[in-house]
Design a protein around this ligand. Structure first.
Ligand code: RUB
Length: 269
């Protein structure tokens, strides 16, 4: 396949969420940039998914850092995250997760490989069903997983079987909290009121000192064949803000910390 075609395919796949999750988007965008390194490429890539500081950070870093170094960060960071998550998981834990986060899924698979026994509940994640990807990857790794519709969370958290921990990924790590897939705030809020700890598991390169826009996606993702002239208004915000007061900790390549400590370290980084 020629360079231009590969480049266009990556851009299309990021836009259509075939390539999804902050980490994969940043990694693939960096590769696309390496095919046509120019300011115009950066601009194009940055416009694809507006809620992605990791994408912004990676494309800024390319100005002063070697590309191989940036590429190796993704796996180096994941290794550190894996070790932290491993020591956090207790035997027999029931862990709840939402959407599909590579940082979360890889850490769970690592813990399983290293002999931890635990179970996962997850959401299907309307409208694009990224939860199916999560369930498939976990199941393939031998982790018992049960998937629910997004709206089942209150029933689950107040149910007989005790959820021990919630693991959420993140697209943006901001001063007052994080941005993650729509539905994350409901989960975090209800978990807090049920005294179930919520951990955000995310690469520190998702940190941004700036305001980040919430991506609004095409309403056809929610109702593709909506009858003509139905005049129904549909909104499709892809992400939402989760205040840090709902979070018990943040696990990143910088360690497992309270949010305030994480911020101090991320600013220095
Ligand atoms: C994915 C999502 C993920 C974060 C973190 O949304 O919200 O939780 O991006 O993912 P989408 P990762 O599917 O719309 O991109 O850990 O892979 O960086």
């Amino acid at each position: 396949m020629n360079k231009k075609r590969i480049f266009n395919n990556i851009l299309r796949d990021i836009k259509t969420v075939k390539i999804q999750g902050a980490r994969n988007i940043a990694k693939q965008a960096l590769y696309a940039y390496s095919l046509f390194p120019a300011e115009s490429t950066k601009k194009k890539l940055l416009s694809l998914r507006p809620t992605e500081p990791m994408l912004i950070n990676v494309l800024h870093r390319i100005e002063n850092q070697k590309q191989e170094e940036i590429f190796s960060h993704f796996d180096e960071a994941q290794k550190k995250i894996n070790l932290e998550v491993f020591s956090l998981i207790k035997e027999g834990d029931l862990i709840y997760t939402h959407c599909h986060s590579t940082n979360v899924v890889q850490a769970l698979i690592y813990a399983k490989k290293k002999g931890k026994k635990f179970e996962v509940y997850n959401t299907e994640t309307r409208p694009l069903f990224q939860g199916r990807k999560t369930a498939q990857e976990l199941k393939k790794a031998g982790i018992p997983v049960t998937m629910f519709v997004d709206s089942a969370f209150d029933t689950i958290i107040s149910g007989k079987k005790k959820v021990n921990k919630i693991f959420l990924g993140a697209d943006a790590l901001l001063k007052k909290g994080v941005i993650n897939k729509i539905g994350s705030r409901t989960i975090a809020k209800l978990a807090k009121s049920s005294r179930v700890p919520v951990y955000v598991i995310a690469d520190s390169w998702k940190y941004s000192p700036k305001r980040i826009k919430i991506e609004e996606r095409d309403f056809h993702e929610i109702w593709n064949k909506i009858p003509k002239n139905s005049h129904i208004k549909i909104k499709n915000p892809a992400f939402e803000f989760v205040p840090r007061k709902y979070l018990s900790g943040i696990i990143s390549d910088l360690g497992n910390f309270r949010y305030r400590t994480f911020l101090r370290k991320a600013r220095k980084n």
